[in-house]
Design a protein around this ligand. Sequence first.
Ligand code: VGL
Ligand code: ZN
Length: 198
Amino acid sequence: MSKALIVIDVQNDFCPGGALAVPEGDLIVPGINALMADFDAVILTQDWHPKGHSSFASSHAGKDPYDLVEMAYGPQVLWPDHCIQGTEGGAFHADLNTDRADLVVRKGYNPAIDSYSAFFENDQETPTGLEGYLRTRGLTDLTMVGLATDFCVNFSAVDAAKLGFNVTVDQSLCRAIDLDGSLDAALSGMAKSGVILS
Ligand code: VGL
Ligand code: ZN
């Protein structure tokens, strides 16, 4: 059994002062850095959108951030412009120990499809390649932390459980956006999928 810590989207735009700030998003950084020592591998994910991405409200005439639209692949929440490739907002929080990471998985680079999950884009079929990386390295037990609990952590954890990995989400090292009950829905969805919520 080998254990990987998967750190989801600890980026400036998801921290206070950022474009899509998650309350207290920055407070989890010291605890995540400390937890890295307990794992065989550390993997970071990075939300990484091109300018004009289809998940941005600014790309849809007459729509506002947090509106819901129907995309070819299903419903999609529209977000403020965030985590644009190469910007400071897309960079990792300055205090995150990125030196310890074996792999950085970027996601959301396809202009037409959002990607909450570290494993599949929001069409739920286009892979990011992370599954193959974990399997070829024999990393079977995954702990997930980061931002945001109810979106990218949730989708990543549920996909990992469906793929057969043993998955724990450490809630003390996650923070949520919590749109219209999305946190409660995410917690029950993860539990139902066999994710251990610690
Ligand atoms: C995320 C909304 C849009 C996340 C990413 O990291 O949870 N949420 N893009
Ligand atoms: Zn995004």
